[in-house]
Design a protein around this ligand. Structure first.
Ligand code: NI
Length: 389
């Protein structure tokens, strides 16, 4: 793998850092031990450290030359509530918590780049290293922004990277435009009138109305949206009743909506409201929709995507940078940062994903072999964006 020699020499140490983080996974906003480790490495490299944003977030600031331009590179630090099934030396020491998404690797790669950039300083301007908490569910990136991230650390663009099982090690994928979807959630309550199951005419059945609603929700993607717009409407919960001979009073339905454009999210919500009202009226039940916006779509800006593609290609070779992969219907809270600043979120190949080595799988483990490539990508990106005069 063609990487920066100085970073390659540091591979064993980067792997050791990664294993240390992997063995001590921490959930959202609890990344204190990880934050201590990150802050310690940054400080030892002579990088200015700021802590406390979004409780456990760590920000490193590195200046070189006289340039006033600034960019941000971001890694995530949190783990998942999963029982690790790997028998590896660095297996999680905390039952029920696991780095099953590779954020241990993301943190180690960005630390490797920070050390390299601090030692070499072959750039002109400011590199801000963002180590954020709580990517998985509660939007640590959003909290950092709300607490003044970009006011305190003004940058012109922001960059992210996620490992991608299924993409061979040594490759990158770069999307100009959407790369991950939004993750909205909905809750629907269907209130009818309970009755004896043998005398359904004496009530209004929320279960039959709910079943009709679940069917109708499937027509949103197929009948209401432009066929060229991708969207998912998945009903994942349907709770009603607990007896064989009772028509219950209420049914509760829930699920998720995924899309790549805000206009599509709006259209889905509007169609859901219309269907809820119509099915409710048709069945004589009261239907209430609660639609919550989750992570927005992650959308790369074309100019920054082209820069990332160029940097990745210079490192890994043109043939190892994919720009033809489809976006994922998964979601990512880096989306909030991309709503504030131009930037790009790339995928780095984690290998083909054999043996259950897929994200959020209890057998997953980040691929140590790609640590130097990821760290080299970050370093070259910073040098490319902030060139010496
Ligand atoms: Ni992740």
């Amino acid at each position: 793998m063609p990487v920066i020699a100085r970073i390659h020499e540091n591979q064993a140490r980067l792997a050791a850092l990664r294993h240390e983080i992997h063995a001590h996974p921490e959930l959202a906003f609890e990344e204190r031990r990880t934050g201590d480790l990150v802050a310690g490495v940054l400080a030892a490299a002579g990088i200015e450290v700021h802590r406390g944003l979004a409780r456990t977030g760590v920000v490193g600031v590195l200046r070189a030359g006289t340039g006033t331009r600034a960019i941000a590179l971001r890694a995530d630090m949190d783990a998942l509530p999963i029982v690790e099934q790997n028998a590896i030396p660095h297996r999680s020491r905390h039952e029920g918590r696991m780095h099953a998404c590779g954020h241990d690797g993301h943190t180690a790669m960005l630390l490797g780049a920070a050390e390299y950039l601090a030692a070499t300083r072959r750039f002109d301007g400011t590199v801000v290293f963002l180590f954020q908490p709580a990517e998985e569910t509660v939007g640590g990136a959003r909290v950092m922004i709300e607490e003044g991230l970009f006011a305190r650390f003004p940058v012109e663009a922001v960059f992210g990277m996620h490992n991608w099982p299924g993409l061979p090690a040594g490759q990158f994928a770069v999307h100009a435009g959407p790369v991950m979807a939004c993750a909205d959630q909905f809750d629907i309550s269907v209130r009818g009138h309970g009755a004896h199951a043998a005398m359904p005419h004496q009530g209004f059945d929320p279960l039959v109305a709910g079943a009709a609603l679940v069917q109708s929700l499937q027509t949103i993607a197929s009948r209401n949206l432009d066929p060229l717009d991708a969207a998912v409407v998945s009903v994942t919960r349907f709770h009603a009743g607990d007896a064989y001979n009772v028509i219950p009073h209420e049914a509760r339905i829930g699920g998720t909506v995924r899309a790549f454009r805000a206009e599509v999210q709006d259209a889905v919500e509007t169609a859901m409201e219309r269907l809820c009202a119509g099915i409710g009226a048709g069945h004589g039940v009261q239907v209430a929709l609660d639609y919550h916006r989750g992570y927005p779509p992650t959308v790369n800006t074309p100019a920054e995507a082209e820069i990332c593609r160029t940097v990745a290609a210079a490192l890994a070779g043109e043939e190892n940078v994919r720009s033809d992969l489809r976006p994922s219907m998964g979601a990512e809270d880096f989306a909030y940062m991309l709503k504030e600043r131009p930037g790009c979120y790339v995928w780095i190949g984690n290998g083909l994903g054999e043996g259950g080595c897929m994200l959020h799988n209890p057998h997953y483990d980040f691929n140590d072999a790609i640590l130097p490539l990821g760290a080299s990508y970050w370093a070259r990106l910073a040098e490319h964006l902030l060139p010496l005069a």
